[in-house]
Design a binder for this molecule. Structure first.
Ligand SMILES: O=C(O)[C@H](O)C(=O)CO
Ligand SMILES: [Mg+2]
Length: 255
């Protein structure tokens, strides 16, 4: 059975962010992930994590101005300096919080634009090499067009081929089952094909992005396959609870 990490950006949102760590631990989670810790000092987040006795699975590099519509900086040629600063910030936070893995978001840019493609590739190489020096893993995640219209990285084969082509040991794929199903379907075959380069997995029901066992996929079968491919990392529960978080946790006993 996979080991699950609560996503504190989506779950336990009935309480302020720093109180979600204790709530996740009380609910039985041993690890957490979230999108961004940057609204708080790194030490404050690290203290909340450690006080709750939790492990940190992953968080994202700074995405730019999220409220203004930024969804990452890596493919934006006119924001290279901001990307470099974001990389330094992410590594500093990752070291303080002892996070083994960072997700580099691509940004909103045409996926066929040559300048965006070149910029993304260069930034990805740089981020992989700099995180490797810090002993940190890096993942890239294709995201579906319904949830994130215009997002640069929106194809699993393209992301997988880029990981293989750049061939950095610490650079792998963030395989979000929710996005895979919406973008391409064929989840189990893709898990088997991409298994050697899967650095992180996330789950949510399709189409509503709620708890497991409530969507169109056979989540029990997918969890069996995640075990079968030999994935031993955390599976991030990146879902929006259909009601109160704790009321929706029955799936953990039912899988
Ligand atoms: O949305 C997702 O699936 C990603 O995992 C993310 O963190 C950016 O929103
Ligand atoms: Mg995801």
């Amino acid at each position: 059975m996979p080991k699950f990490a609560a996503n504190l950006s989506m779950m336990f949102t009935e309480r302020p962010f720093l109180e979600r760590f204790a709530a996740a631990a009380a609910a039985g989670f041993t690890a957490v992930e979230y999108l961004f810790p940057y609204d708080h000092p790194a030490k404050t987040v690290a203290d909340a994590l450690r006080s709750a006795g939790l492990k940190q699975a992953l968080f994202n590099m700074p995405p730019g101005d999220w409220a203004a519509g930024d969804r990452g900086l890596a493919s934006l040629p006119d924001r290279r300096e901001e990307f470099e600063t974001a990389l330094v910030t992410a590594i500093s936070y990752a070291k303080t919080i002892e996070t083994p893995l960072l997700h580099m978001m691509a940004g909103i840019a045409p996926c066929d634009d040559p300048a965006a493609i070149a910029c993304y590739r260069e930034n990805l190489k740089k981020a992989a090499d700099v995180t490797a020096e810090a002993g940190i893993g890096l993942v890239i995640e294709p995201i579906n067009k319904r949830d994130m219209p215009g997002y640069f990285l929106n194809d699993f084969d393209r992301a997988f081929d880029l990981v293989l082509d750049l061939d950095r040991p610490n650079l792998n794929l963030q395989f979000d089952v929710y996005h895979r199903q919406i973008l391409h379907g064929d989840v189990i075959t893709a898990l088997r094909k991409m298994a050697p380069r899967i650095g992180h997995i996330q789950i949510a029901s399709v189409p509503n992005r709620h708890e497991p066992l409530t969507g169109e996929l056979d989540d029990r079968r997918i969890f069996q396959e995640i075990d079968a491919i030999g994935y031993r990392g955390y599976v991030g529960c990146e879902y929006r609870p259909a009601a109160k978080t704790e009321e929706g946790l029955g799936w953990m006993a039912a899988i």
